[in-house]
Design a binder for this molecule. Structure first.
Ligand SMILES: Cc1cc2nc3c(=O)[nH]c(=O)nc-3n(C[C@H](O)[C@H](O)[C@H](O)COP(=O)(O)OP(=O)(O)OC[C@H]3O[C@@H](n4cnc5c(N)ncnc54)[C@H](O)[C@@H]3O)c2cc1C
Length: 298
């Protein structure tokens, strides 16, 4: 099937884009077109107008400041995957990017499109939740910032208001000194071109990597495709904080995560299986993050 007819618009600035959204009836933003194209081809979305962000250069790029990393909404998965600066400052993001589909999707798909789509199985939503990211949203009324933890409200339903676009994502780096932090994005999936069954995004900061038993100062655990929204499990985090990581604590983490998740069953993975995988993957991901924090890798 082909998409229903629409009028195409190509603004050159973010401000022009939001003015178009305010002025046009039934307009939809277009980013990398890796998801919207499929939805429109199946006529599950039939917008009258498409506002293509592909010409808005100000939305592209990664900026690393002293205490944060800022990613423009139109930055592609490929750019994030290959960013050497991210590989050292926030390695969870390149790890999340490189596990998305194949190269053709990663060359076109964008971080803003992924957050706009808000699929609970998406890689960045869980990663950004674990990293306590913040979104900058623009409309003709101005700019507002929303923590990622408040943005995902229900299944594919977000705090993005009519006429708003996601301009950029900001992630604080201050909690993650590279010499004593480890991060992991671990996912289970049946094939490279499918969304994962479950993913576990974790970060660990220890007090002293050279100690005999480094103590976990800060732990982050977030899951994708384990609930109707990306899910952070703070109870599991506090289980390991203030102690060296041990196999007993990891077992406790797995049990806490399995109890906390609320996944939808799928054709190849029923609810019970996904609950178990969520616990096991959270445990494995956290263990790897701890190893990375206590050795010379982030
Ligand atoms: C075969 C395949 C496998 C995939 N596997 C994975 C996977 O494993 N993990 C994963 O995370 N993703 C996966 N994806 C999704 C992929 O990451 C998409 O690229 C992404 O979800 C959408 O990004 P896009 O730039 O293509 O957005 P588009 O398809 O252009 O847009 C998607 C939605 O977001 C809205 N939008 C776009 N940009 C903005 C913005 N700046 N502000 C507000 N709203 C906006 C659009 O209006 C639209 O509703 C897969 C996709 C395919 C085709």
């Amino acid at each position: 099937m082909k998409p229903a007819p629409f009028t195409y618009h190509r603004p050159e600035t973010a401000q022009e884009a939001v003015e178009l959204l305010a002025e046009l009836e039934d307009a939809e933003l277009l980013a990398g077109n890796q998801s919207l194209g499929i939805v429109m081809a199946n006529r599950l979305a039939t917008p009258d107008h498409l506002v293509d962000l592909g010409g808005v250069d100000e939305l592209v790029g990664i900026d690393v400041t002293d205490d944060a990393v800022e990613l423009g909404a139109m930055t592609t998965h490929r750019t994030i995957e290959r960013s050497e600066r991210l590989a050292t400052t926030l390695p969870m993001l390149p790890a999340a990017a490189e596990q998305i589909a194949g190269p053709s999707v990663r060359n076109q798909g964008t971080i803003g499109g992924s957050i706009g789509e808000a699929d609970p199985a998406g890689n960045y939503p869980a990663a950004l939740l674990a990293l306590e990211g913040t979104l900058t949203l623009r409309s003709v009324e101005g700019i507002r910032t929303v923590p990622v933890s408040d943005y995902f409200i229900a299944y594919m339903f977000t705090d993005l208001r009519e006429g708003e676009l996601i301009e950029r994502v900001s992630v604080p780096t201050e909690p993650f000194p590279t010499d004593r932090t480890g991060m992991t994005f671990l996912e289970l999936k049946r094939a490279s071109q499918t969304f994962p069954t479950v993913s576990a995004a974790t970060a660990v900061r220890v007090d002293d990597p050279s100690a005999d038993e480094p103590v976990v100062e800060d732990a982050r655990i977030a899951l994708a495709n384990a609930s109707d929204v990306p899910l952070r499990v703070e109870d599991a985090e506090s289980t390991v904080e203030g102690e060296p990581l041990s196999s007993e604590l990891l077992t406790e983490v797995a049990a806490t995560v399995t109890d906390a998740v609320d996944p939808e069953g799928e054709m190849h993975a029923d609810r019970e299986y996904k609950e178990e995988v969520a616990g096991e993957y959270a445990k494995r991901s956290l263990e790897t993050s701890y190893e990375r924090a206590t050795t010379d890798q982030c």
